[in-house]
Design a protein around this ligand. Structure first.
Ligand SMILES: [Zn+2]
Length: 301
């Protein structure tokens, strides 16, 4: 199989180009959006499958974690290829999986942030506003307004604010600022509205880095805990419950609070704390991630 996906620093324009390439080759992919970002970029939604079970996978809440967008696109391409050719993907029958479930992928929750981080943004207002950070864009996690989207959900938001204040963060900037109020950001509003409308059976949030899977502990949800431990065994990614200081106001925290359904956060790859991984790591990361995704699909079917 020759891949159509660009192994590059994966900004929004490359994502869009790759989606169109996939669409030409694979008619089974459906393209939609959940709404638009601050700078009017479409927050894209990709769909494959027709089954009743619904899983939603989101990537790049955090700008400098754009590798997650690249990896999920590589994985989607593999699904589409094996579905079309009707050949087993690591012993999994993808046509069968697609009959049982529908997979919803939001490959880039934070397109403005990713574009800014990768110097693919020309908006004068924000280039001026954030000029003092121009030499450390590689550490930019927030959206274009300087809010950390994965701290902006209404799930223990006050506690997140307190925690981050103690760390010295109390204003908009590259990372860790939870915003003026929960759902102050258009991107998180779209995520909440879409999730409420879809009512997924499970959600997976992709982040980097650390080679860890965050999910419920034994006491809260024994079934999800068991699956988490199984994922650990097949992938080598450590299954754990998140540290106290980072278990509030994230998408996963909100989803579990509202729906009481399984949800995992996966910290993919390994690299330098706070910085982007290299696009050259994507193929290696995919090799762990495909085992994780396929096992989850098997459980959900
Ligand atoms: Zn992250």
């Amino acid at each position: 199989m020759k891949s159509l996906i660009s192994i590059e620093k994966y900004h929004y324009d490359i994502l869009k180009k790759d989606i169109l390439l996939l669409k030409k080759e694979y008619e089974k992919i459906k393209i939609d959006m959940i709404g638009k970002s601050n700078l009017k970029k479409e927050i894209l939604l990709l769909k494959i499958g027709t089954g009743n079970k619904k899983i939603m996978i989101n990537a790049a809440h955090h700008a400098n974690e754009w590798i997650t967008s690249l990896v999920i696109m590589l994985f989607l391409e593999k699904l589409l290829y094996h579905e079309k050719e009707n050949i087993l993907y690591k012993n999994y029958n993808i046509q069968q999986i697609c009959n049982h479930m529908t997979i919803y992928i939001i490959p880039m929750v934070n397109p403005d942030g990713v574009n800014f981080c990768l110097k693919n943004m020309k908006n004068e207002k924000y280039l001026k506003k954030w000029k003092k950070y121009e030499n450390e864009l590689d550490r930019w996690k927030a959206n274009i307004k300087g809010v950390d989207l994965n701290l902006n959900y209404p799930a223990g938001w006050d506690i997140a604010v307190e925690n981050k204040k103690k760390m010295g963060v109390n204003h908009a900037g590259p990372r860790d600022y939870p915003g003026k109020r929960p759902l102050s950001e258009i991107e998180t509003i779209h995520m909440v509205n879409f999730t409420n409308q879809l009512q997924p059976d499970m959600t997976i949030s992709l982040h980097s880095q650390g080679e860890e899977i965050y999910g419920p502990n034994k006491e809260d949800d024994i079934e999800s805990y068991k699956l988490g431990k199984e994922l650990e065994k097949i992938s080598g990614y450590q299954y754990t419950s998140p540290a106290y200081t980072s278990s509030f106001a994230g998408y996963k925290d909100w989803f579990i609070q509202e729906f009481k359904r399984p949800s995992y956060t996966i910290e993919m790859g390994k690299g330098e704390e706070g910085k982007s991984l290299s696009e050259k790591q994507a193929i290696d990361i995919l090799q762990q991630m495909e085992k994780i995704f396929l096992k989850i699909f098997e459980k959900l079917c």
